[in-house]
Design a protein around this ligand. Structure first.
Ligand code: M6R
Length: 613
């Protein structure tokens, strides 16, 4: 969704260049227009237009701004088309207040009509534009600038992360947050930054503060003060340190972030294996004592949840229901019982549908929210009773890759802790599961070093097919769906992940001679039935590509091509195949995008962090 980056410094540095580089580091969030405003000598300088940052920069020289203070914005269109006029920043009638915004103002239509009646002129179709006008209106009532903002925001319904630059307070940026993330970075005594996410200022400083809901930050060069928007009182906050290395948000020699992040999986998994056992234990105990257990998320996080529910249920001996977050309220109204648990999975921790689901559940019933996220300080952590931060590190590619495998691994760690607590298996057996889980980084590393040519060959073979299936049974259905999602989002191919058993109830009608079907076939309890499904497609002329373990004998015989997943003797276990099989599908998506000349890091219409319903 939208990206915000603000900078205020006392150094003589090219402010436009800093603003441009900062907002470029948020490109991954997805956007369709860009704008920057700076202030110098009592004047505001604004440049904005629709298009990618590089295109707009070519036209407007986005690195060329005077002054020592600027805010930049990338807009992902919601209210109003992606046009120059709708791009942020937006201004008031007197053009002395500029606002950039991430979020949605739900009551903007009514407010806009009222403001028009009071003589305000609007230039855009956006919800955001009412904010500078409302502040202007409050200034007319005689309030100072800070109180005008506070009073104006009280009228708004919806969500916002805001950065405001105004001639009323020329040496200040004001940042405000309600349900849309804003973090503050600081180089004490030198410069202060505000941003929607850490990568924006990661190369500039590692010291940060998190702005909580209904808080305001007043940024001066190298200083920041925080206020409670409800009481106007000062809040004392402690700064924290970002643990990521500066190059975590750089491509580091890879052509795309997506490829880099696929290759980072072994290290990301090794770090995630080291998550504090105390945290894992808390999750395990709460899940063990709950009446009903639900797991929820969106997109890739939902598919990680599908895998996780299988793994946890196996050791828990209770059914866990996976529900898409946007459906959770609809499906559980009147059915949610006290002493239930909702496990919420979200890479960004900011997906509004996931957050809304858990906030609703918490209000509706006396239950526990356990969340798994990759983002320290994200909203989801605030709405949860307990949370675990996966150790994938920053994921810049829009396509979730390393965060998926780390989410599944975290859920697997919880499952094994449950097994330990329940003592359902002999200790030695549980230790074997741990060994198998701990071998997943090595399996992926071996796979990634040996299979690129094969994957490229398969991509070439599949080149003329704009549709095919990933079919699977049991725990691998989530893997198939995740593979289908990757192909759709980065390669713009309608490839569907589907249940192999269900495929004969409809999708099989698509099969003609040479129609490709990819079977995900770990050697688990579904294996024999999966062979049956495979034969149904083969006998109708389907071209069979199978993803199997190295030692596989049967499926290999019936397949036109196979992708082999390494299977270390003794310690392999198929229950962890959602982790070890997924890199094959991620690479298939990546190289299909490359083959078709698409940029896998910038899928059309997509946003890394979806903060609208
Ligand atoms: O940040 P979240 O995990 O909550 O995001 C949920 C989905 O938007 C996300 O997984 C999306 O499907 C990915 N871009 C898929 O690669």
């Amino acid at each position: 969704m939208c990206g915000i980056f603000g900078v205020i410094t006392n150094q003589d540095i090219p402010i436009g260049k800093i603003a441009l580089e900062g907002i470029k580091r948020l490109e991954y969030r997805g956007y369709d227009s860009v704008g920057i405003v700076s202030q110098h000598d009592g004047k505001l300088f604004i440049k904005k237009d629709a298009g990618k940052i590089d295109e707009v920069h070519k036209k407007l020289k986005l690195d060329d701004f005077p002054g020592k203070i600027a805010i930049a914005h990338t807009r992902w269109a919601t209210h109003g088309a992606p046009t120059k006029i709708n791009s942020h920043p937006h201004t008031n009638c007197s053009n002395n207040i500029t606002v950039v915004h991430n979020g949605i103002i739900e009551n903007f239509m009514t407010l806009k009509e009222e403001l028009i009646q009071r003589g305000h002129n609007f230039k855009s179709d956006t919800d955001t534009e009412i904010i500078p006008h409302l502040i202007e209106e409050k200034m007319k009532e005689g309030l100072d600038f800070k109180d005008s903002i506070i009073e104006a925001l009280k009228i708004l319904k919806g969500s916002y992360g805001l950065a405001i630059l105004s001639l009323y307070v020329p040496d200040t940026i004001i940042a405000v947050r309600k349900e849309s993330p804003i973090i503050i970075g600081i180089e004490p005594g030198v410069a202060t930054y505000c941003a929607s996410d850490f990568p924006a200022f990661l190369p500039l400083t590692k010291t940060y503060y998190i702005l909580e809901d209904c808080e305001m930050a007043i940024l001066k060069a190298g200083e920041v003060e925080f206020f409670d928007m409800n009481t106007s009182e000062i809040i004392e906050k402690k700064s924290q340190q970002i643990e990521w290395s500066i190059n975590a948000a750089e491509k580091g020699g890879y052509k795309h972030f997506m490829l880099k992040e696929i290759y980072e999986q072994p290290e990301a998994l090794k770090r995630t294996l080291k998550i504090s056992n105390e945290d894992i234990k808390i999750f395990a105990q709460i899940i063990l004592s709950a009446n009903d257990i639900y797991i929820t998320g969106a997109g890739t996080s939902l598919f990680a949840s599908l895998a996780g529910k299988f793994i946890i249920s196996k050791f828990l001996g209770k059914y866990i229901q996976a529900i898409e977050c946007s459906e959770l309220k609809g499906q559980l109204t009147n059915f949610l019982r006290d002493n239930s648990v909702i496990i919420a999975v979200s890479q960004s921790g900011e997906t509004i549908d996931t957050i809304e689901a858990i906030r609703w559940a918490k209000k509706a019933q006396n239950l526990k929210i356990l969340s798994i996220t990759n983002a320290v300080g994200s909203s989801i952590t605030r709405y949860s009773d307990h949370f675990i931060i996966t150790q994938a590190g920053p994921e810049i590619g829009v396509a979730a890759t390393k965060t998926y495998s780390c989410q599944v691994l975290t859920l697997a760690l919880i499952a094994l802790e449950i097994a330990k607590l329940r003592k359902i298996e002999p200790e030695s057996e549980i230790q074997n599961y741990y060994k198998a889980l701990k071998s997943t980084p090595q399996i992926i590393e071996n796979f990634l070093s040996n299979n690129i040519n094969l994957i490229r060959k398969i991509v070439k073979d599949l080149e003329k097919h704009s549709s095919y299936f990933f079919l699977a049974r049991g725990i691998s259905i989530g893997t198939a769906k995740e593979g289908g999602l990757k192909l759709k989002e980065v390669a713009c191919r309608f490839i569907e992940g589907y249940s192999a058993a269900s495929a004969k109830h409809g999708p099989i009608a698509l099969v003609r001679k040479g129609y490709p079907i990819v079977f995900i076939a770990p050697p688990d309890e579904t294996y024999v039935r999966l062979i049956g499904n495979l034969m149904e497609f083969k006998s109708r002329g389907g071209k069979i590509i199978s993803i199997v373990v190295e030692s596989d004998k049967k499926i290999r015989v019936h397949s036109d091509m196979t992708i082999d997943i390494p299977q270390p003797a003794d310690i392999y276990h198929s229950i962890f195949s959602p982790i070890t099989f997924i890199p094959a599908l991620q690479l298939l998506a990546y190289y299909t995008a490359i083959f078709h000349g698409l940029d896998p890091d910038k899928p059309l219409n997509l946003s890394k962090t979806v903060t609208v319903h």
